[in-house]
Design a protein around this ligand. Sequence first.
Ligand SMILES: [Zn+2]
Ligand SMILES: [Zn+2]
Length: 128
Amino acid sequence: MSERFIFTRHRTRCYHCGEDADQIIQAVSAQAQVICSACGATRIFIPRFENTGAVGTCTPIGRYDLWTLDAGGRCKNCGVTGPHDLAIGSNHLTTRCRNCGYTHFYRFNLEYMAKRPVDDGVSAPPAP
Ligand SMILES: [Zn+2]
Ligand SMILES: [Zn+2]
């Protein structure tokens, strides 16, 4: 990803490992990711639509709290580098330019483990 739009972090309890750890948030036009810095659990969001008008507030559904953050980014609509509002829930991720209101709406696509931080039983004998 050579394009850099949003790159920030949010310290919270990881839904996966339960650690109080930085969750690294990256977003570009084509994709958004949230990665736990402790366990590597990664959530991928893909674009659903972009919108220059106002969007209604999203109803958080699911097992994660809704995070509302702000982050600096360069808006591709108005070209201004400035604060963007981020809202990250279990099923969606949105970024919104505070200057012009341009909104990227991503939906949850998949989840995977980016790395294995500890050897959690690879050498254990297989179950009978
Ligand atoms: Zn974690
Ligand atoms: Zn803008």
